[in-house]
Write a protein that binds this ligand. Structure first.
Ligand SMILES: *Cc1c(COP(=O)(O)O)cnc(C)c1O
Length: 227
């Protein structure tokens, strides 16, 4: 258990430092603690130390952790691949979904979101490298999907997310993130305004912050190796 509190403080310092180096406000970069395959005890330790936003990739695992922390005011982000037969429980239990890459999935989430919870926050995942193996919509198809999501009543389109192929070196990492930033700008030119770029993980958060990340998703650097 040693470490989560210390790691959290250290990571927050590093994020703030990267933000200042990038001449951005440290408060503009939110830490999403990626707790997939981490024990509940570490989530509780991070929460005790002030962390509120947590990310999970697997529906069942996420639901168990949400149930176990009910009443503690954690904010839950779904960041894994979402199958259409799992949309209902996600719509009913999570606060954010970062991985929307089809209009059908988005429509199901909107229909299934209980109105009293308020809109579900959505990021559209873009396959910036056009890799066959990766989830995410191709950049060409992004404008239509973003427009479709923006119309859905129980969803709030917050922005874009990417999970680029691993790159070596700061400049190469920046390039992929810069592309996502440009896509958000071009959506803005089309009248679709968003406030979120979900990008950067343990190994490349600094490059993401330099390119405008507002949410960085950090797992192993905070919690250690996954089980
Ligand atoms: C697992 C995961 C992360 C966290 O990765 P780390 O390298 O452990 O920081 C971030 N984003 C997504 C989508 C993930 O699946």
């Amino acid at each position: 258990m040693i470490g989560v509190t210390e790691n959290l403080a250290l990571i927050k310092d590093l994020l703030a430092l990267s933000a200042s180096e990038a001449e951005r406000e440290p408060a503009a970069v939110k830490l999403l603690a990626v707790s997939k395959k981490q024990p509940l005890s570490k989530i509780l330790a991070a929460h005790d130390a002030g962390q509120r936003d947590f990310g999970e990739n697997f529906v069942q695992e996420g639901l168990e952790k949400i149930a176990a922390t009910k009443g503690k005011n954690l904010i839950w982000h779904f960041i894994g691949h979402l199958q259409n037969n799992k949309t209902r429980v996600v719509a009913e239990n999570f606060d954010w979904v970062h991985t929307i890459d089809s209009a059908k999935t988005a429509r199901r989430l909107s229909e299934q979101r209980p109105a009293e919870l308020g809109p579900l926050n959505i990021c559209v995942q873009v396959n910036v490298d056009d890799e066959d193996s990766k989830s995410g919509i191709s950049p060409d198809a992004l404008p239509d999907l973003a427009a479709a999501v923006a119309e859905l009543r129980n969803l709030a389109l917050r922005g874009l997310m990417c999970l680029p192929a691993a790159r070596v070196g700061f400049e190469a990492q920046r390039q992929a993130f810069a592309e996502l930033g440009k896509m958000a700008e071009s959506l803005r030119d089309d009248g679709i305004d968003t406030d979120t770029l979900s990008m950067g993980m343990s190994g490349d958060y600094k490059a993401a912050i330099f390119e405008g990340a507002t949410i960085v998703r950090i797992g192993t650097a905070l919690f250690g190796e996954r089980l």
